[in-house]
Design a protein around this ligand. Structure first.
Ligand SMILES: [Fe+2]
Length: 266
């Protein structure tokens, strides 16, 4: 398996602080059956969550050397989790951002409260420049929970959706879990990922319990598509496959719950 969303690099964002903690995460990945991980530190334009691409490439190379030395069969690739903002197309043209494993795919996250102004134009501009969008954990965005019809707009603009394994295990609350499962049942989700930050709670091997839950809910074919096939397609810059909607899944949902999340990491 391949994880396309991970904060495994040491000392760079809200992931592990030391190489020892990074190695603990790497062991957990190996035990869970992962062979490759895209390291995606946060980069949110206009905030202190800012990291240079070359810093990420150097760290990835250093961690990979350490993994070989420690006998851990896991390989890291460079990436970023980029905050959706109007300056993203410009920053990409200036080589200030990384795609996922140097593919055509970008991992974008929105604020947990409201989508940024002109977000549709930003997505449109990125698509016009040949980038494909993987939208990180849409289930955790309050506005998307309230206005799930916006998911159609994201998909129409060529975006793909990535849900966290922890979300379907209720690690982010029952509303988030219900919304995540609804999106999966509707066939709107393209990838699952760990979004792991440590070896304690937001750990890589949560994926194992997540896969059991997803298999119970949607079957082994869906698990294979969301956990293995589509993440592999991202590495090869191929178009992602849709999974079939569950029989009787409704296309819309609104729980009427207002949520007021700011940019926050947990
Ligand atoms: Fe993340």
């Amino acid at each position: 398996m391949i994880d396309i969303h991970s904060h495994i690099l040491p000392g760079i964002d809200d992931g592990p602080e030391t190489m020892d903690e990074t190695l603990e995460m790497a062991w957990a990945y190996e035990r869970a059956g992962f062979e490759a991980v895209i390291a995606t530190p946060h980069h949110i334009p206009g905030t202190s969550w800012h990291v240079h691409p070359e810093t990420i490439r150097r760290l990835v190379s250093h961690v990979n050397d350490t993994l070989v030395h420690e006998g851990i069969r896991l390989h890291l690739k460079p990436g970023m989790e980029i905050g959706l903002a109007p300056e993203v197309p410009r920053l990409l043209s200036e080589k200030g951002l990384l795609t996922l494993a140097d593919s055509c795919y970008l991992l974008l996250e929105s604020p947990f409260q409201r989508l940024p102004l002109n977000w549709e134009q930003t997505i449109f501009d990125l698509a016009a420049h040949g980038y494909r969008i993987v939208w990180a954990h849409p289930e955790r965005c309050g506005q998307l929970q309230e206005e799930p019809e916006l998911l159609n707009r994201i998909l129409q603009l060529g975006g793909f959706l990535q849900v966290n394994w922890g979300s379907i295990l209720e690690y982010n609350g029952s509303d988030v879990c219900a919304f995540a499962k609804q999106m999966i049942g509707q066939g709107r989700v393209h990838c699952m990922a760990t979004d792991s930050h440590d070896a304690l709670s937001r750990r890589p091997d949560n994926a194992v319990a997540g896969m059991r839950a997803l298999e119970d809910m949607a079957g082994l074919e869906t698990v294979d598509m969301l956990a293995r096939e589509n993440p592999g397609r991202i590495l090869r810059s191929e178009t992602l496959n849709n999974v079939a909607p569950a029989p009787g899944a409704s296309r819309e949902r609104s729980n009427g719950t207002r949520r007021f999340f700011q940019w926050k990491r947990r």
